[in-house]
Design a protein around this ligand. Structure first.
Ligand code: FAD
Length: 341
């Protein structure tokens, strides 16, 4: 039995606290495994999660230049699991290009990544007709997906409702007030009481619109500071981002806004005429080594530190959690090597 702050009793064996990607995906995978589960979210909707404002790129092989190997492996497994959870993801790869002012950047980058094909001007034009004649070579990563995160949130919500899982928004209780046999703590930055070393890193994104440009997949143009993708969202909309700024400010700085716009124009000059629709940002939960941590206690399992990889790693971590919930085993994900960036 689970008791909420208001004293109202629910019947659930597992209580999940926090309705970000980690909490929702865990809830759905528990429900699919036949576990009775309920979700508790402090805010009135999903917009408190940084993922609401996210880029929605799931490209583990492209991220191997800076992400820990553990994250890349979790991302590869998550790519297999996502289609079993919700529709709305487009799995048709990602393209990585070098900035023309840094001709060796693509070669340097290629030393850190796997599972790609070199593509020439002709192949780039076949993949992305809008980029025809601009880039002489690039790298195509077939195992990559993209989605509008808000579409994924609503897909997860629908799937949870269909499975009979209740999401209680505006929940003001504490973990101690819950009486479920198992509690999964996925509170992101709300879990500093459990993870004192948690820090916030801000990520920023620009939404732009152009009906003259068509892209089919995320395009990463190598940048000296950020992993920036231009990602199609349909109906002429493109997400440009995200920056990662190591502080907890809210909002998008003038410097970052300018950098994101210039980045889109560097990728494709036609973006100079695009309309700026929105600037978005969010604060991501990061642990010291930049790698997610799963801490299994007697009753509470806490997952945190998903940094800029929440969508990319949540299904693979949730798969392990469901196993832990069944077997009561103890598993902690360690960094296999320090992050390179
Ligand atoms: C601009 C931007 C771009 C991004 N792009 C990508 C991307 O392309 N791919 C990718 O994989 N990731 C991306 N991310 C990162 C992703 O958003 C995070 O990794 C992810 O949100 C972390 O998920 P989480 O569920 O662990 O925590 P969160 O998303 O932070 O969710 C935690 C939830 O817990 C709730 N909560 C907190 N305290 C309590 C409490 N006491 N009781 C109940 N609920 C509580 C919060 O309100 C929140 O809803 C991006 C982020 C940003 C900001």
């Amino acid at each position: 039995m689970v008791e909420g702050a208001g004293g109202k009793r629910d019947t659930a064996d597992v209580a999940i606290v926090g309705a970000g990607p980690m909490g929702l995906v865990t809830a759905l995978m528990c429900a699919k495994a036949g576990v009775k589960v309920a979700v508790y979210e402090r805010q009135g909707d999903f917009s408190a999660s940084p993922a609401w404002n996210g880029t929605g790129v799931i490209a583990p092989d492209c991220e191997a230049d800076s992400a820990d190997a553990t994250i890349v492996d979790l991302g590869r497994r998550s790519l297999e699991l996502w289609p079993t959870l919700v529709s709305g993801l487009t799995i048709n790869g990602a393209l990585v290009l070098g900035n023309r002012r840094m001709p060796s950047a693509l070669d340097d980058y290629s030393a850190f990544v796997l599972n790609y094909d070199w593509v020439d001007e002709e192949k780039i034009a076949a993949l992305e007709p809008s980029l025809a004649g601009i880039y002489g070579r690039g790298m195509y990563f077939p195992q990559a997906a993209h989605a509008d995160p808000r579409v994924i949130f609503s897909g997860l919500r629908e799937a949870l409702e269909a499975a009979g899982v209740r999401i209680r928004f505006d929940w003001i209780g504490t973990l101690d007030s819950l009486t479920a046999a198992r509690i999964v703590d996925t509170r992101g930055l709300g879990a500093r009481d459990r993870f004192p070393e948690l820090r916030a890193v801000t990520a920023e994104l620009a939404m732009v619109r152009s009906h003259k440009i068509e892209l089919n997949r995320p395009i990463r143009l190598l940048h000296n500071r950020h992993a920036l993708y231009v990602t199609p969202r349909g109906q002429g909309l493109f997400a440009v981002g995200a920056t990662t700024i190591d502080d907890s400010r809210t909002g998008v700085s003038v410097r970052s806004a300018g950098e994101l716009m210039m980045h889109a124009v560097s990728l494709l000059p036609a973006f100079a005429e695009a309309e700026v629709v929105d600037l978005r940002s969010g604060q991501m939960p990061v642990l010291m080594n930049g790698v997610p941590k799963v801490a299994v206690g007697d009753r509470v399992i806490a997952v945190n530190g998903l940094y800029r990889y929440g969508w990319m790693v949540a299904p693979a971590i949730a798969e392990d959690l469901v196993r832990v919930i069944y077997t009561q085993a103890t598993k902690v994900i360690h960094a296999t090597k320090p992050p390179r960036r």
